[in-house]
Design a protein around this ligand. Structure first.
Ligand code: S3P
Length: 432
């Protein structure tokens, strides 16, 4: 269901302070929901993501025969012990590329035909990247001009050895999920190590997964067992507040029980390179996922500026919009390259970041694979078009905190795709 369009007025802030415990990580919640749906037994999850995207994953496994009971952020999933039931109606993945791509890997090996649909944004996103390797394993996927709707004709699968042409954790995970049910050992190789929550989740559910520096392998025919898990706080949601705090000398923001998986935590290195002070304490590991407390303080003399390219761009892909949005407030600007994937996310994030920065009075240069955002600029409040994209709505709410005058975010409801609490928490930590 499409949320009603809403607008949010963001007033400039004087400082950012407080302590936050964030809802569960979106990437981990998706994987636990999908694997819990397939496993034997009842998976009990706490601090499950509150975003609409992960609700789409839960709804899909429920439509496929799993039993789902949800009470706020506590979710119990009784799985189908390896055999999904074909659903009479299409499986609606909503806005969620993760749901669509990863569930395709699970369904490719199941008997029956499954139809996947999504909202207009998801229906524009490229799906050939999963069709090709899943077809090489023996499944048959009918795309609609390279996109959803997708009809998956499941079949017995044969393992493959596949190198992903574009670094993508969604594609890697989809293939590992298919490989779990294939004949033989499936290997996925990647030039850049993308987030490894798929590998860690498979292990948590009892599967054996082998890793080398640049490959992951899984033998087919393994059965999954239900787990009990608390989902770590979402670092990509924290990113907006980390960047906000980095903008205000005198700021102090603390996050408890935040997911700190090293394949996700590159933002902390970038903020350190920008001059922010980042403290990490209380580290522990749960279901192989690193969790800890993070404290951020802004540098008294302001942020320096940095260039992001190559592997860093792939590892920071979800954090690039907010980094670009605070670029004008740095001394030397933010330069981003090798990030062409931003153009095929929930929106064309390069074009929307450039357009919205210009609306706030910034000078910015757009490239096919990135942006140059010069530093030392003062922005003014403006009307922002979030383009239905949660990360654009939130990134420009952060840019608005240091602007002169108020900023109106159009399409603010899209924040609920990953982070429904965003605006309330922003009001809590932003001092006006
Ligand atoms: C995700 C992987 C990334 C990311 C997305 C979530 C995941 O996409 O942008 O928000 O959970 O695996 P790609 O794998 O397509 O780069």
């Amino acid at each position: 269901m499409q949320a009603a369009a809403t607008e949010r007025l963001i007033q400039p802030a004087r400082n950012v302070q407080g302590s936050l415990r964030l809802p569960g990580d979106k990437s981990i919640s998706h994987r636990y929901a999908l694997l819990g749906g397939l496993a034997e037994g009842t998976t009990r999850l706490s601090n499950f993501s509150t975003g609409a995207d992960c609700a789409s994953s839960l709804a899909c496994v429920e439509a496929l025969g799993a039993q789902v009971r949800r009470d706020g952020t506590s979710v119990d999933i009784t799985g189908v012990t390896g055999h999904f039931r074909p659903s009479a109606s299409p499986l609606d993945c909503g806005n969620s590329g993760s749901t669509m791509r990863m569930i395709s890997g699970l369904l490719a090996a199941q008997s029956g035909t499954f139809t996947l649909i999504g909202d207009p944004s998801l229906s524009r996103r490229p799906m050939e990247r999963i069709r090709k390797p899943l077809a090489a394993m023996g499944a048959h996927l009918d795309l609609t001009d390279g996109h959803a709707p997708i009809a998956i004709h499941g079949a017995p699968l044969t393992a493959i050895d596949y190198t992903t042409p574009i670094p993508s954790a969604q594609v890697k995970t989809s293939l590992l999920f298919a490989g779990l049910q294939a004949d033989g050992t499936t290997t996925v190789r990647e030039a850049v190590r993308t987030r490894d929550h798929g590998e860690l989740a498979l292990r948590a559910f009892g599967a054996h997964v082998d890793r080398t520096k640049d490959s992951v392998s899984i033998a087919g025919g393994q059965q999954l067992r239900a787990i009990e898990a608390a989902v770590p706080g979402d670092l990509s949601s924290a990113a907006f507040f980390l960047c906000a705090a980095a903008l205000f000398p005198g700021s102090n923001l603390i996050f408890d029980e935040l997911g700190l998986n090293p394949t996700r935590a590159t933002l902390l290195d970038v903020l350190t390179a920008l001059g922010a002070h980042i403290g990490v304490l209380n580290l522990e590991t749960k279901n192989d996922e690193l969790i800890g407390t993070v404290q951020v303080n802004a540098p008294p003399a302001g942020l320096i500026g940095t260039a992001i390219s190559g592997a860093l761009s792939a590892q920071l892909i979800d954090e690039l919009p907010v980094l670009a949005a605070i670029g004008p407030y740095t001394q030397n600007g933010i330069r981003i390259r090798d990030a062409q994937e931003l153009r095929v996310k929930e929106s064309d994030r390069i074009a929307l970041v450039a357009a919205n920065l210009r609306a706030m009075g910034a000078e910015v240069e757009e490239f096919e694979d990135g942006l140059d955002v010069p530093g030392g600029q003062m922005l003014h409040g403006a009307t922002i078009d979030a383009g239905g994209d949660h990360r654009i709505a939130m990134a420009f709410s952060i840019a608005a905190l240091r602007a002169e005058g108020d900023t109106l975010i159009r399409g603010a409801e899209s924040a609920a795709i990953s982070f429904p609490e965003f605006f309330d928490l922003l009001d809590r930590v932003a001092e006006r």
